[in-house]
Design a protein around this ligand. Structure first.
Ligand code: KIV
Length: 275
């Protein structure tokens, strides 16, 4: 059954943890969907994990639409949330609505995600008015990496913690259906989760959020770059892939692949008549 804003909200109310994972293509989306995740995030992290950039800033609307549409084709049941890339909503409320609309129409997303709190409440409100569900993202917001001066835990002192609570409440009041909290101290994330009626999804925000999200290359041991403290590697698919490709290389070089089972047959009489 397709997950919706309503089923995710019900999960919060029933204390049934929401499981979100990233995917950026059809095949991976199918695997995640068959495994039973509730929601798939087409994150702008694809700039790093799929395109090899050093951060998410170069990702374009065209990139997001392309990957989102592929994921949507593979996600039968999972609720697809697609990131609004850097500068697709920061410029104006008008741009935010137009670009959110493109991610829904062309990218076939079920919701859009944007980074920011109080400052983006008017953008969230306008997108929601256009009947587009919005997921907000607070705490460490990677599109602001240059303003933060690096990838750092957020909300650690009183002023910053109070600002995060204000952000979360403003987002909820603006009509967001969910909020992702990244790199937020666990006790602060717990307090925010208790104070909000909408589900909270944590990444580096402790166990008391209503759900968790991880980048799939991180949880499957496939990404060679930095590994943040909050990542747990649940399976070493990277190593499995390397082993598989090494076996393919050696069998091809030895001539044991392809074997008879992998070949198409033709009658000898046909071959004999060839000139
Ligand atoms: O882009 C992304 O993958 C994200 C997650 C890290 C939450 O925003």
């Amino acid at each position: 059954m397709k997950n919706t804003v309503l089923t995710l909200q019900k999960q919060k109310e029933e204390k049934d943890k929401i499981v979100m994972v990233t995917a950026y293509d059809y095949t991976t989306a199918r695997i995640m969907d068959e495994a039973g995740v509730n929601t798939i995030l087409v994150g702008d992290s694809l700039g790093m994990t799929m395109l090899g950039y050093e951060d998410t800033l170069s990702v374009t609307m065209e990139d997001m639409i392309h990957h989102s549409a592929a994921v949507a084709r593979g996600a039968q049941n999972a609720f697809v949330v697609t990131d609004m890339p850097f500068m697709s909503y920061q410029t104006s409320v008008y741009d935010a609505v137009v670009n959110a609309g493109r991610l829904m129409k062309e990218g076939r997303a079920n919701a859009v995600k944007l980074e920011g709190g109080v400052e983006y409440a008017p953008h969230i409100e306008a997108i929601v008015k256009a009947s587009i569900p919005v997921v907000a993202h607070i705490g460490l917001t990677p599109q602001s990496v240059n303003a933060f001066g690096g990838f750092k835990v957020q909300g650690k002192d009183l002023k910053a913690a109070q600002k995060l609570i204000e952000d979360a409440k403003a987002i909820e009041a603006a009509g967001a259906c969910m909020v992702v909290m990244e790199c937020v101290p666990a006790k602060l994330a717990q307090k925010i989760t208790e104070e909000l009626t909408i589900p909270t999804i944590g990444i580096g925000a402790g166990p008391d959020c209503d759900g968790q999200v991880l980048v799939y290359q991180d949880l499957l041991g496939m990404y060679g770059g930095m590994r943040p403290k909050f990542v747990k590697v649940f399976a070493d698919a990277g190593e499995t892939m390397r082993e598989g490709v090494k076996a393919y290389i050696s069998e091809t070089k030895e001539g044991t692949f392809p074997a008879a089972d992998h070949c198409f047959k033709i009658e000898d009489s046909v071959i004999e008549k060839l000139y």
